[in-house]
Design a binder for this molecule. Structure first.
Ligand code: HEM
Length: 340
């Protein structure tokens, strides 16, 4: 009997334990459903708004990585992903449209008195080398930079992920390494041409008379007219701004915190697009916009009549160096026929 009772006690105890486990386990499993994700998200959002930052704890030395989210980060992401691509598209397509329309209305600015067949040196070999090195770097920096801003929206669908990744990787290397010769080029340009690019009263007159581009006037100018002086200062100041912001991005967190990095990217992106727009205008005038301009940077010489129409005061200075008889100037080639 005692043995039977012991068995019965054991079975009842086991059943009771089974019951407790069976009831408790689902209750435990139900626990997470008592969490309300929406309410928690609202709490987290309030926390984020009040504290401006959500940080965790970490073990690696870089404490910056403990920040999970901050409102400024979301604003910056919106700028980078949406606002900047739109600004870029509008400014660049806008300037291209303006240049095409201007060309259709104005056409090429001709040498009105025709070519004289005699030339004078405008840019020596060193000046041309610096110009073309800097310009080549600029064009590659612009293309590879624009790839970062709008490549994902434009090229990725065309090239597919593999080709786009490979191109972007090479683009990024090019952007980083060519920044150095570009910066050097801007510094040398700043030094060698500063003397001719200080604004003066002649520039005001030049602007008032439309610079010879709007209309058919030929306002006097020394070696660089007011339009070219503007390009010089855009290159020097824009180059300084883009280099400073670019090196902050290239060497992250050496000089600033995450907010500074975000500002550097905003500045770099905006200066880049304005810089590109200005250089498109510069390229237009140096090629199809004005007869005789390209050869100044191509061969290094310009026709005497071109100089007289666009830089009359500079021609006077140059003539004073060789004597008043400018027909002594070097002919383009022995059989050139003067138009005069
Ligand atoms: C000293 C010269 C320069 C340096 C050090 C530099 C550096 C950088 C760096 C580090 C980035 C970030 C790349 C990334 O997110 O991985 C960048 C982006 C960019 N750069 Fe430059 N850069 C320079 C010149 C230029 C020039 C001359 C242009 C254009 C004419 C340019 C246009 C851009 C553009 C459009 C971006 C992408 C902006 C964005 O959407 O985030 N950069 N640059």
């Amino acid at each position: 009997m005692a043995k039977w009772l012991a068995h019965a006690r054991f079975i009842i105890g086991a059943l009771a334990l089974l019951f407790v486990v069976a009831v408790a386990a689902p209750a435990q499993a139900q626990q997470p459903s008592q969490v309300n994700p929406t309410a928690d998200a609202v709490k987290e959002d309030q926390l984020l708004q009040q504290m401006k930052i959500i940080s965790g704890r970490g073990t690696i030395p870089d404490a910056k990585s403990y920040n999970i989210e901050q409102p400024a980060g979301r604003d910056w992401r919106g700028f980078h992903q949406v606002t900047l691509p739109w600004i870029t598209a509008i400014v660049i397509l806008g300037i291209l449209t303006v240049l095409v329309v201007f060309y259709l209305i104005r056409g090429m600015v001709k040498i009105e008195s025709g070519r004289s067949g005699r030339v004078l040196v405008r840019f020596n070999a060193f000046e041309r080398f610096v110009h073309w090195t800097t310009a080549t770097c600029f064009i590659i920096l612009a293309i590879t930079g624009l790839n970062i801003t709008v490549g994902k929206n434009t090229l990725l669908p065309l090239l597919g992920p593999d080709a786009f990744s490979a191109w972007s990787q090479w683009g990024k290397y090019a952007h980083n390494y060519l920044s150095f010769p570009f910066t050097l080029g801007v510094i040398v340009i700043a030094l060698i041409w500063i003397a001719g690019n200080i604004p003066n009263r002649i520039d005001v007159e030049w602007f008032k008379r439309g610079g010879g581009i709007v209309g058919h006037d030929h306002p006097p100018a020394y070696r660089f007219n007011a339009g070219q002086k503007m390009i010089y200062w855009i290159v020097v100041l824009g180059g300084a701004a883009i280099a400073a912001s670019g090196y902050i991005l290239m060497f992250p967190f050496y000089t600033t915190d995450v907010t500074g990095m975000q500002w550097a990217q905003v500045a770099h992106g905006i200066v880049a697009v304005l810089f590109i727009a200005a250089m498109l205008g510069h390229i237009y005038i140096g090629t199809i916009g004005m007869e005789g301009a390209f050869e100044a940077m191509g061969t290094g010489t310009v026709d005497v009549n071109w100089a007289r129409e666009h830089h009359s005061l500079w021609l006077e200075q140059e003539n004073a160096k060789v004597g008043p008889n400018e027909t002594q100037r070097q002919p383009v080639h022995p059989h050139a026929t003067p138009a005069e």
